[in-house]
Design a protein around this ligand. Structure first.
Ligand code: G3I
Length: 368
């Protein structure tokens, strides 16, 4: 008779074509009884700092939420708070309340707050549409970065300076995603932002953060190629840039390009850049409904992703985009058609660890 674990692994194989035998590293780690986990290094001693994105509502109101973050995280990042939309309700005002609160929480609990984000096409307040010329764009961008990075100098040590610069389906290697900055200044806005951030805090780690570069398929290969072109060009011109952030919004229905992703990470390392995982989760709208199986599929996808990265280099940090399924951006765009709640994150909606947490622990121990 098949054990419960073998039944699940068989279902896993049937559902996603992944070859997960009970004897494989993934099969073994998913099957390790929870009790054995006590022997593992705690999150504070993982080989990379682990962290998660914070949401302000539960951070203010929910002790269980705060406890889960403190228990698991060495780094945090605001889901919002440092975006233009949150900081800049009007041209003349900067509102730092959300970010200050997040930083106070992080500092009180011995965690680092990452800064997200200075240049992004998304979450822009309407008034920025009135930026009419190159000179005005340069003035606004420089003022914003000087003010925000300057305020948190020495306290926010890692910034997603540039977020999502590559279009979904780039038409060439030099294609850059449209934004007010790209429209008014062209690609030079990227170097301008990085140089301004470096002046405002010379010690800060400056990051370009991107998604959809890890899957099998031409579109994703083109995105990798375009990001590589951009990063190489910046390094050639001595523009300050220290790391590339792989967001890692994985898709339950898309396989990881193991070789392509490893090669990309190696390429970044050979350019002298660190690689971070900044927004890991697994979009599960297309996965089977049964939670136990779905959680395994989510874990298996993240396992492949982290394995491909680790094959080239240990990431400088791994952050998930939220800690609990209770609070996730995923249903905003990827609600399930069967009405079941999404389960993209390491803890379930009752703050219980899921197989995805096992996978993170596994890599955090230094295992492959
Ligand atoms: O807070 C209100 C809530 O009161 C209201 O009921 C609800 C109705 O829609 O909206 C809530 O605000 C939403 C907020 O997310 C909740 O956290 C905003 O409308 C929505 O625009 C906001 O979306 C955020 C999105 O970025 C845009 O800023 C998501 O939280 C956040 O997870 C998402 O994060 C992005 C990263 O910055 C970049 N990479 C992709 C990632 C996921 O889309």
């Amino acid at each position: 008779m098949l054990s419960r674990r073998e039944t699940l692994l068989t279902a896993l194989k049937a559902a996603c074509g992944l070859s997960v035998s009970a004897a494989s590293p993934l099969g073994t780690l998913l099957a390790t009884p929870a009790a054995a986990q006590a022997a593992l290094r705690p999150p504070s001693q993982w080989l990379f700092p682990f962290g998660a994105a914070l949401r302000d509502g539960p951070l203010a109101d929910e002790p269980d939420y705060r406890a889960a973050i403190v228990r698991h995280c060495r780094q945090v990042v605001g889901e919002g708070g440092l975006k233009w939309f949150d900081l800049r309700p009007s041209r003349d005002r900067f509102v730092f309340d959300q970010a200050d609160m997040q930083l106070a929480f992080a500092t009180e609990n011995g965690m680092e707050l990452r800064g997200h984000t200075l240049v992004w096409y998304g979450a822009m307040p309407d008034w920025t549409k009135t930026i009419a010329s190159a000179a005005e764009a340069e003035r606004e961008l420089v003022r914003h970065i000087e003010t925000v990075v300057g305020r948190y100098r020495g306290r926010i040590k890692s910034w997603d300076v540039i977020n999502e610069p590559i279009p979904d389906d780039p038409s060439s290697r030099s294609d850059i995603r449209p934004s007010i900055w790209q429209q008014r200044l062209g690609e030079s806005h990227i170097a301008l932002a990085l140089r301004t951030a470096a002046r405002a805090d010379p010690e800060a780690k400056l990051v370009i953060n991107e998604f959809d570069i890890e899957f099998v398929g031409d579109r994703f290969r083109h995105k990798r190629d375009a990001l590589l072109r951009l990063v190489r060009d910046l390094k050639l011109r001595n523009v300050p840039l220290h790391a590339v952030g792989l967001q890692g919004h994985l898709r339950g229905d898309l396989a990881i390009d193991m070789e392509g992703l490893s090669a990309f990470v190696s390429e970044m390392r050979s350019l002298g850049l660190e690689v971070l995982v900044t927004e890991l989760d697994v979009v599960d709208d297309k996965l089977p409904g049964r939670p136990e199986l779905r959680d395994m599929l989510v874990a298996a996808r993240a396992y492949d992703f982290l394995r491909a990265i680790h094959a080239a280099a240990r990431p400088a940090a791994v952050l998930t985009w939220g800690i609990t399924d209770k609070y996730t951006w995923v249903p905003i765009w990827f609600k399930r058609s069967d009405g079941l709640a999404n389960r993209p994150l390491p803890l379930d909606d009752g703050y219980r660890p899921k197989p995805l947490m096992r996978v993170l622990e596994h890599f955090g121990q230094g295992s492959r």
